[in-house]
Design a protein around this ligand. Structure first.
Ligand SMILES: [Zn+2]
Length: 239
């Protein structure tokens, strides 16, 4: 999938989305690398099986919201709206179950009591606090299979959780950072809590931007002399 393709169009092989039905089977890709058979969008976590006669495709959450796919449930046909609600309920349960099982798997192979606490905490909140996330993500390699930490929700909304994140050491912050959304990262970076590797990359980028701005200012200075005088006369009239 080329990176330049920003808009995702319905694959022409799909035809009329109304002809497709949910089988109610869902897949949870712990590596977030499944693509959607309807629109082709890559890097999906949850996909939904849809069928048309003998054909089977797996579609993304965005296509669930966008196309009027129905489905049979307990002998009656669900209209797209009801089908979507059914799918959403299944999604929440599956996400929760996947995360629970991963923590449980780690708990079985480690003696760290913090993992057990993380499991109790997750079951209660369906999210992880920054400290518990750091502990869990450090232990993920024990499972010896790729797991994308973004499948876990990390709490960063309250001041308490932001401070908890800020109190982590740099290595732990970097581990948790990889699971955060761009919005969460921006908020924590504005508090000065970005891990050092991110801060270095950001200041490198800022320096490059300064060089670009400076060179465009240089170009402005080469404009005719009269162009530069306008801001000066404005200041004079203001004083
Ligand atoms: Zn899609």
């Amino acid at each position: 999938m080329p990176m330049t393709r920003m808009r995702y169009m319905l694959n022409h092989k799909v035809g009329d989305p109304k002809e497709w039905s949910y089988s109610w089977a869902l897949q949870d890709d712990q590596t977030i690398s499944t693509h959607c058979d309807f629109c082709g969008q890559p890097e999906q976590r949850i996909t939904y099986e849809v069928t048309r006669a003998e054909e089977r495709l797996w579609i993304c959450q965005r296509c669930v919201g966008r196309y009027p796919v129905g489905g049979m449930l307990n002998g009656s046909r669900l209209q797209p709206r009801a089908a979507r609600a059914q799918v959403h309920g299944l999604t929440a349960r599956l996400k929760q179950q996947t995360c629970h099982e991963i923590i449980k798997e780690i708990q079985r192979i480690t003696t760290d009591p913090g993992i057990e606490e993380a499991l109790v905490y997750f079951d209660r909140n369906l999210q992880l606090s920054p400290q518990r996330a750091a502990l869990l993500f450090a232990a993920l390699p024990l499972l010896r299979r790729p797991i994308d930490p973004r499948i876990f929700d990390v709490q960063t909304r309250s001041t308490q959780h932001q401070d908890e994140f800020g109190a982590l050491d740099d290595k732990a912050r970097a581990l948790v950072w990889s699971a955060l959304s761009p919005l969460q990262c921006r908020r924590l970076a504005s508090l000065g809590y970005a891990p050092s590797a991110v801060r270095r990359a950001t200041s490198r980028k800022a320096r490059q931007d300064t060089i670009q701005v400076t060179s465009s200012r240089m170009a402005d200075l080469s404009q005719p002399a009269g162009w530069n005088q306008r801001p000066i006369s404005k200041e004079q009239s203001a004083s």
